[in-house]
Design a protein around this ligand. Structure first.
Ligand code: SF4
Length: 481
């Protein structure tokens, strides 16, 4: 289904809770992961820490399929919990790579969950293997866990070990870590992916996105700063900023354009407002005479509202999305693939028939889905289709945790704007400019990574990391879950 719908994916979402008032930490974790499900649908897991005893359950599947009542009862009660939802870009799809990861080492046990992608995982893995480490998974998370546990041998606390490890691991990582007595959250020095802190009663919570706090009634406190470590234990909460400022910051702008939920606030900026702003900029940059503006659900809808407001062209509901297509959906043969788009997205003929339609989507990867969507609109009677994309063209892969493909799969690397317009069979086509991307967030001090649009990566990416990224992509396609 994922390939057919030609969308890129976020790789993970994390959640953590430390309770001082007897909260049901497993249950809060479950509901928070449910709210983060859009960040990963391959596998999920929860670890509950009950006085130093770690109970773990993880499996492939969606949160509400994996965590049945019996499984939740089996996790028991505790003071702390961490959880994870996964769509892997590094490491294959197997159950083995599900997170959190639970490791036992000479100083105790540690559970760890990770969102992001390391760029030096291959080198670190080789070094660790030469020193006797035996890896059980192909995920970056295990590399991080070994680096931390190795550091832990020579320092007095888990937080010092995490701080030292952060000087060695390179790339994108938002981490939640649990030792027998402490909960730790840490974010890479670039701040590629979000990580927020909140409070519910006497419990401190951390999550990839603030929408997870809303799901459990927690109050947002603040974002974890790039490079910051937060430690929570029986003495309260403290921040360690040894690694802050070690590099420039570079938050993934695609979190705002597509990855995050619109009701989330990332680093002080509303995703919903950023998407509306993208639509408004599109209307200024690529104006068109039309009768109705529609968006491709879900991430094109906010930008369509912004385009409509700015242009004065009425907004309409162009598609109804079937939200009930699950992982068990039976795919028909190749010849019927086009129907899959129709099953998921049905155009509302009353909105588009006889009209000049502005169609807003967040991005075009290979172009296959976009062409099918345009075909559906024309079959429903649209007189003209003017496509507007609320991001610049993808021209480079991502190595920081998002599944943006190799150049040979990206339509904008192979075709000119006019050729893409013809392939999609639209009357006009316009992408958001790079300059406008910089102005999407409310927080004007945010620095963005825009490398998938510009090729200007915020850090050097080794050839080994590039190779690993696409080797794993191939193996994901062939592996059965
Ligand atoms: S390359 Fe693109 S998708 Fe990857 S982190 Fe940078 S902006 Fe985000």
């Amino acid at each position: 289904m994922e390939d057919i719908f030609d969308k890129m994916h976020e790789e993970c979402g994390v959640f953590a809770i430390y309770s001082s008032d007897g909260a049901d930490v497993a249950s809060d974790c479950y509901y928070a992961l449910y709210a983060l499900q859009h960040r990963g649908q391959e596998s999920c897991g929860i670890v509950v820490n009950d006085d130093g005893v770690m109970n773990i359950y993880k499996d492939t599947g969606l949160v509400n399929d994996v965590f049945t009542k019996d499984v939740m009862d089996g996790l028991g009660q505790g003071q702390m919990a961490i959880g994870h939802v996964r769509y892997g870009t590094t490491g294959t799809k197997s159950r083995l790579n599900a997170q959190p990861l639970l490791v036992n080492h000479v100083k105790g046990s540690m559970a760890l969950a990770h969102n992001g992608n390391l760029t030096n995982a291959t080198q670190l893995r080789e070094e660790l293997e030469l020193n006797g480490s035996i890896f059980h998974t192909s995920s970056d998370t295990e590399v991080i866990s070994y680096v931390i546990t190795k550091e832990r041998l020579s320092v007095g606390s888990i937080e010092e070990a995490v701080s030292n490890a952060m000087k060695k691991i390179k790339g994108a990582y938002s981490l939640v870590i649990m030792s027998p007595s402490k909960l730790i959250a840490a974010r890479d020095t670039y701040g590629f992916h979000p990580l927020s802190m909140g409070k519910i009663g006497e419990s401190i919570v951390f999550a990839s996105e603030s929408c997870a706090f809303d799901a459990i009634g927690a109050e947002f406190i603040r974002d974890i700063e790039p490079g910051e470590i937060i430690v929570v234990d029986e003495n309260g909460m403290r921040s360690i900023k040894d690694n802050c400022g070690a590099t420039k910051t570079a938050m993934c702008v695609f979190e705002f354009i597509y990855l995050a939920r619109p009701d989330s606030v990332l680093d002080g900026s509303s995703v919903h407002i950023a998407r509306q702003r993208a639509g408004s900029f599109l209307a200024l940059e690529h104006p068109v005479q039309a009768d109705v503006v529609i968006g491709v659900p879900d991430s094109g809808l906010d930008a369509a509202i912004g385009f409509a407001k700015q242009s004065g062209i009425p907004y309409g509901m162009g598609f109804i999305k079937n939200k009930y297509i699950g992982r068990t959906f039976i795919e028909p043969g190749q010849s019927a693939r086009e129907n899959l788009v129709r099953i998921k997205l049905n155009p509302v003929a009353a909105t588009v028939r006889g009209k000049r339609v502005v169609l807003i989507d967040d991005s075009i990867v290979r172009g296959t889905t976009s062409a099918r969507i345009v075909k559906l609109l024309r079959e429903a009677g649209a007189r003209e289709v003017h496509m507007r994309i609320s991001s610049p063209p993808f021209t480079n892969p991502c190595y920081f945790g998002t599944d943006i493909d190799s150049k040979d799969k990206l339509i904008a690397c192979k075709h000119s704007l006019d050729e893409i317009r013809e392939i999609l069979n639209v009357d006009s086509l316009g992408y958001l400019s790079i300059d406008s991307v910089d102005k999407l967030a409310d927080n004007t001090s945010l620095n963005f990574c825009k490398a998938c649009f510009t090729g200007d990566y915020p850090m050097d990416v080794s050839n080994a990391a590039k190779k690993l990224r696409f080797e794993n992509k191939k193996s994901k396609k062939t592996e059965d879950v």
